[in-house]
Design a protein around this ligand. Structure first.
Ligand code: SF4
Length: 646
């Protein structure tokens, strides 16, 4: 049996349980019931005194959970595993209130090294590990505002993770916003309640959704109006869907059922587009009546932790919201991105939407009442007022927000997407010079150019194959061995990005599994990651200077199976591309592009990469068969024609 002890009664918003229930008491009770074996697994075993457990109880760190489970599986009789870890949401609350320690430590991903394999999402099941779209594909970034400091993502098998200890998050990224910019904003109109005004606030738990409806309710009451709110907070968990039904009336006599009925929302504040476009959200909207402001940021759902390529159909959701509200009534902007760029924290995203709705004149309360409610709320008042004003500015003149964002920070080079295939090739060629040398880059450029000639010869305006080869040949050639990881940590760009986000006296700890010095897990045989102190930065800096040894007989890392495979893969890919060039026709161009694109699946490091490579090989075999025998494919399509089936 597994007993999960999370320090609160489930689904009650963190209520403590009655009676003297404790992990220690449970071990004694289980012993008295006759359990053959009892094991306690904890996120922090040091807080327990084993002598207080029932005799024979073992205690382990949660990292050993799989080993413990295997042992228990092989143990005859009734076995009990007590898993102790405080509920993540409750822990956050306690940290906010200062009743639990908030570790001065943060996980951070070097996105240049990240391969987007998704192993960290699988290891942590955490939605604070967010997708980051870059020129080199989809990577990962930790949403520092939402991070629970659980650090299980760090176990993702790659060298991209560092933990930053000490220091503090830099706010605002250096954007000075003059007060007169806000002072020039026109006084917004106040919407009529017309008896009862219904507002729906939708979003994700743990991001301050409930605060938005309570601020509106408080502002209304301060004006002598009546308000009532129903917060549907799902499973009361972080990242669960939250729907707040708010009614504001001229008097209590206008308020009856708390929940908004179908089509009764005058306003939608959509803090998250997925919950806004859900059945619960859409059903409250009325065409021509509801006004909506929606954060179109792609906040991933649980599916992303299992499928790293998962995309939210944002366009379809936007269309649905436009259809349900009527032409011009739904407004969208990425308030998460604006909040992060201009306030240094994504937590301001929702209050920005409130400011937007206020400035549009969509709220039945005065501006001054809302500002006073923010002050009465008493949490991060200056910050929230600033985010609120930024939302107002967005509604009044979006171009001013855009220009502020341009000033906020220079977008890192690889976060900017190439605007043409030529640019894409040129950037990668340039990077391969830094990776190895000019001759290495020339080899890349030459093959890409040959592909371009072959492609334009059969279809003048086509570049899909050229682009696929340019992206994928680069990916294979710039494989991330020890020298490259060292370069990507120490060439100055990564450290500059860290220093923009963190200030004060902080230490960097690196989490890696260098094959030459790492131990293997006795159960899985996989290399185990270890933490290395700040000295590792200097070691990496030194190592990066030896990239000239890469692939030579003097390369101590080059003999490993993984490195051999990476080098062999480049040669095989080049041969494959030569074959494609030789047999290219207008009919098989799309298949050739698919063959050339397969390496984008070969993501990750070590055993993760190995697994992905095996899948890629299968796909190559399938596609090559299609390329070599197009007739066979046509035959199979013919079988599916309806008249033949009939
Ligand atoms: S390489 Fe994989 S495990 Fe590492 S940060 Fe990127 S997605 Fe996560």
């Amino acid at each position: 049996y597994k007993i999960l002890f999370n320090d609160a009664v489930a689904m009650t918003g963190g209520q403590a349980h009655d009676g003297p229930l404790s992990v220690q008491a449970i071990t004694h009770e289980m012993k008295a019931e006759g359990a053959a074996k009892i094991v306690v697994v904890s996120a922090d075993p040091s807080k327990f005194d084993k002598s207080q457990f029932a005799a024979g109880t073992d205690l382990y760190h949660r990292d050993q959970l799989m080993t413990v489970q295997k042992e228990l599986e092989a143990t005859p009789g009734v076995t009990i595993l007590i898993y102790e870890q405080t509920c993540a949401t409750e822990l956050r609350r306690r940290r906010k209130r200062g009743s639990a320690e908030d570790p001065s430590k943060r996980a951070y991903i070097n996105d240049r090294i990240c391969e987007g394999c998704g192993d960290c999402g699988m290891a942590s099941n955490c939605l604070s590990v967010q997708p980051l779209e870059t020129e080199l594909g989809r990577k990962r970034v930790i949403d520092q505002s939402a991070c629970n400091k659980d650090f299980s993502c760090v176990k993702g098998f790659c060298p991209s993770f560092v933990t930053i200890e000490g220091g503090e998050m830099a706010k605002g990224k250096g954007v000075e916003i003059a007060d007169e910019l806000f002072a020039r904003l026109p006084q917004p109109k106040v919407a009529s309640t017309d008896g009862v005004f219904g507002a729906l606030v939708c979003g994700i738990g743990g991001t301050g959704v409930v605060t938005i409806s309570s601020l509106m309710g408080d502002a209304a009451q301060s004006e002598g109006k009546a308000s009532q709110v129903l917060d549907l907070t799902g499973m009361a968990q972080k990242f669960g869907a939250v729907y707040c039904h708010l009614k504001i009336g001229d008097s209590v006599n206008h308020l009856n059922a708390t929940r908004l009925s179908t089509g009764k929302a005058n306003l939608l504040i959509g803090a998250d587009i997925v919950t806004s476009a859900s059945n619960e959200g859409l059903s409250r909207l009325r065409q021509g009546v509801t006004r909506a402001v929606v954060n179109e940021h792609e906040t991933v759902t649980g599916a992303f932790t299992r499928d790293g390529d998962f995309h939210i159909p944002v366009d379809d959701m936007r269309k649905a919201l436009q259809r349900f509200t009527g032409a011009g009534n739904a407004h969208f902007f990425d308030s998460t991105e604006v909040a992060e760029a201009l306030t240094g924290d994504t937590i301001g995203a929702n209050i920005m939407l409130l400011g937007y709705a206020c400035q549009m004149g969509w709220l039945p309360v005065r501006l001054e009442s809302l500002e006073a409610a923010i002050e009465r709320n008493g949490v991060a008042v200056a910050y929230n007022l600033r985010a609120f004003k930024l939302g107002r500015l967005m509604a009044h003149d979006a171009s001013q927000i855009e220009s502020l964002m341009e000033q906020s920070f220079a977008t890192p080079e690889w976060h900017q997407l190439s605007e043409s295939v030529d640019q894409l090739i040129e950037r990668r060629g340039r990077d391969l010079v830094s990776y190895q040398n000019q001759a290495y880059a020339d080899g890349y450029l030459k093959l890409v150019e040959r592909v371009r000639k072959a492609e334009t010869a059969i279809k003048a305006d086509s570049n899909e194959l050229t682009e696929a080869v340019a992206r994928n040949l680069y990916k294979l050639m710039a494989y991330k061995d020890e020298y490259e990881v060292a370069r990507l940590y120490t060439d100055g760009t990564w450290l500059a990005a860290v220093e923009r986000q963190f200030k004060g006296d902080f230490k960097l700890k690196f989490h890696m599994a260098p094959p030459l010095i790492s131990k293997r897990d006795p159960d899985t045989g996989r290399l185990q990651k270890r933490e290395f102190g700040p000295w590792m930065y200097r070691a990496l800096k030194l190592l990066s200077r030896f990239k000239g040894l890469r692939g030579t007989r003097l390369d101590p890392f080059g003999y490993s199976e993984e490195r051999r495979q990476e080098r062999a893969l480049i040669g095989k890919y080049q041969q494959r591309i030569e074959q494609l060039i030789a047999g290219l026709s207008a009919d098989n161009l799309a298949t050739a592009r698919d063959i050339a694109s397969v390496p984008e699946q070969i993501r990750g490091f070590g055993h993760v990469k190995e697994r992905n490579l095996a899948l890629a090989q299968e796909r190559w075999t399938l596609l090559q068969e299609r390329f070599d025998n197009p007739a066979r494919r046509i035959q199979s399509v013919q079988v599916m024609e309806p008249e033949k089936v009939a």
